[in-house]
Design a protein around this ligand. Structure first.
Ligand SMILES: [Zn+2]
Length: 320
């Protein structure tokens, strides 16, 4: 390798290492759990998602090149979309990362408030969420890709462009910038994991009774999130957020998956715990017993919900 290339690669490595250090520092300042591990999570998730998106682009380019004209391509495009399995890998990547880091984050968040009690498991609801959200995320990314490519095809059809122009547009326009996209998604998902974990920790930690929305001021501020600053609710109750689209949302935490992407991407809002000092002052065995009971109640409630959903689905009467 030439001298210049080597020094360039070193410079890029230094830049990335510095960016990672900065991110770890920022996470620490925001009071996030396991800052170093979280940086690793972003990096691993980014690699996995980028690889899936690159495979997806290659698949579409290959299929598009096999067609003689854009009109012919349009006729078989539904078939081509149906053959796109490349984003499925994103579900696997996301699930792996969530499963690896969410339990650690929950333990870390609890330790910061009550170092005496032990968190031995993540609730069934959160475990099920990891699975369902990972699949939903891959589905969303798949559909976004399809919309992107379809828009290029529509324009090409209107302009009477050739297949060669279409493939060039897909490859050169930057619209498929897989690494940029992967980075953005990985960051959002790491912050989402943080917030899910903090919520889970609060539900298992007896001395935490409520939560306060905090706008950290990092990144480009959203005025409607600035308005949320200070909103305080019981830990098991949702916040009320007026979206930029005018709709009212009830998120349990910032970046709750029920929020649209416009309210989630790059959101650095956090929640602050409301702590009942009298509960924190109870003997540790008592706090642990309350925690164990809280988890059992959470799991029982979740199982009941799943059971009712199943009964409704198959038309059985719901139990009183
Ligand atoms: Zn925010």
């Amino acid at each position: 390798m030439c001298q210049r290339c080597q020094s360039l690669i070193k410079a890029i490595d230094r830049y990335l290492a510095k960016a990672d250090d900065d991110l770890a520092d920022e996470l620490k300042d925001e009071g996030r759990a396991i800052p170093q591990d979280s940086v690793q999570m972003v990096s691993d998730m980014e690699d996995g998602i980028a690889a899936a998106l690159v495979s997806q682009t290659n698949y579409f380019i290959k299929k598009i090149k096999a067609q003689k004209s854009v009109a012919a391509l349009m006729d078989v495009f539904d078939e081509i979309k149906a053959g796109d399995v490349y984003c499925d890998e994103i579900a696997t990547v996301a699930m792996e990362q969530f499963k690896k880091y969410i339990p650690k984050m929950v333990v870390d968040y609890t330790a910061a408030v009550d170092g005496g009690i032990k968190i031995t498991a993540v609730s069934k609801r959160t475990t099920a969420w990891i699975d369902s959200w990972s699949h939903e995320l891959s589905e969303i990314m798949k559909l976004n890709s399809h919309t992107e490519i379809e828009n290029i095809l529509k324009t090409a059809l209107e302009n009477g462009d050739s297949i060669a122009t279409v493939t060039r547009t897909i490859l050169d326009s930057g619209i498929r910038d897989e690494y940029y996209k992967a980075r953005r998604v990985a960051m959002t998902e790491m912050f989402r994991a943080q917030n899910v974990s903090k919520y889970e920790s609060s539900m298992q930690t007896p001395c935490i009774t409520g939560k306060k929305w905090r706008h950290t001021g990092i990144g480009k501020p959203r005025p409607n999130h600035q308005d949320m600053d200070g909103q305080t609710v019981d830990k098991g109750k949702p916040f009320t957020l007026i979206g930029a689209d005018g709709a009212t949302y009830y998120p349990m935490y910032p970046i709750d998956p029920l929020l649209p992407a416009g309210e989630a991407i790059n959101c650095h809002c956090i929640t602050e715990d409301v702590v009942d000092e009298s509960i924190l002052g109870l003997p540790v065995e008592e706090r642990q017993r309350l925690r164990d009971e809280a988890l059992a109640a959470l799991d029982e409630e979740w199982e009941k919900e799943v059971d009712e959903k199943y009964r409704a689905m198959v038309g059985l009467p719901t139990e009183e």
